[in-house]
Write a protein of this length. Structure first.
Length: 264
């Protein structure tokens, strides 16, 4: 049984005092597992990961990491964004080592750890390149290396492969699994792609239309590595698709009722 690492208990959050993006979200994340987060646009998926990382304080409810309440940026938690967020003026190696430099890690130790990660993500030959000289997939590998170099317990990813073409996305999905198999961090990632969620996650968490709450959790017990043609894969895809379709229709009916009441 994997140890409980993170717990959200009845978390309500939003960016305006009178508007909730999340409403009473409860979620448990266990150490060393991969969780996928899917839902409709506006469901609050990105807001969930911002609250987990301590970037956004909840209006009510509690977030606990290793049993301790999260009230700000959480130690041991790193985030990988959709747009990779690399510093364009820094080289690849300096981007990867930036966090270590800010923490005053001695230069020899910093260089050793950066070199190891660049070798692991197959970017050693590009150590002195600038981000504009890299492909989209290479930039995301740099972003993941930057996350891993700090030996995090928990990696949070907000649609990390959304901007990539199909071929690069497939390669990055496989790369992420390689990273997980070697380092075994806890990972939670947001995606709009059901297939990607089933391919990568131990558990897929489905969120409602906004204000978001969790409507279903599906445990994916298919052996790894997975392929969309594997027996059983389509069963998970169909189940998640059906859940999202039901939620689309529920949200549509509610919108129609609201529109009708406003017209009246």
């Amino acid at each position: 049984m994997h140890e409980l690492l993170l717990e959200l208990d009845q978390v309500t959050a939003g960016y305006a005092q009178d508007i909730d993006v999340l409403r009473e979200v409860s979620l448990q994340v266990h150490a060393g597992r991969v969780s996928g987060l899917i839902g409709l646009n506006g469901a609050g998926k990105s807001t969930v990961v911002k609250t987990i990382c301590g970037f956004l304080a909840p209006k009510s409810g509690r977030i606990a990491l290793d049993g301790k309440s999260v009230s700000g940026p959480a130690p041991g938690v790193v985030m990988v964004f959709q747009d990779h967020s690399l510093f364009p003026w820094l080289s690849v190696k300096d981007n990867v080592g930036f966090g270590l430099a800010m923490k005053k890690v001695p230069k020899p130790e910093r260089e050793r750890r950066v070199a190891r990660l660049l070798e692991r993500v197959r970017l050693s030959k590009f150590a002195n390149h600038r981000p504009h000289q890299l492909s989209g997939g290479m930039k995301q590998r740099v972003a993941i290396a930057r996350a891993l170099v700090e030996n995090p317990d928990f990696i949070v990813m907000d649609e990390p492969f959304a901007a990539l073409d199909f071929q690069t996305r497939v390669l990055m999905q496989r790369f992420l699994l390689e990273v997980w198999l070697e380092f075994k961090p806890t990972i939670i990632f947001v995606t709009h792609h059901i297939d990607e969620a089933v391919l990568l996650a131990d558990r897929v968490v489905v969120m409602s239309a906004g204000p978001g709450w969790i409507i279903e959790e599906v445990r994916v017990n298919l052996p790894r590595p997975r392929r969309v043609t594997d027996p059983g894969f389509n069963d998970f895809r169909a189940r998640l698709t059906e859940t999202l379709e039901r939620e689309v229709m529920r949200a549509h009916v509610e919108d129609e009722l609201r529109s009708g009441s406003h017209a009246a």
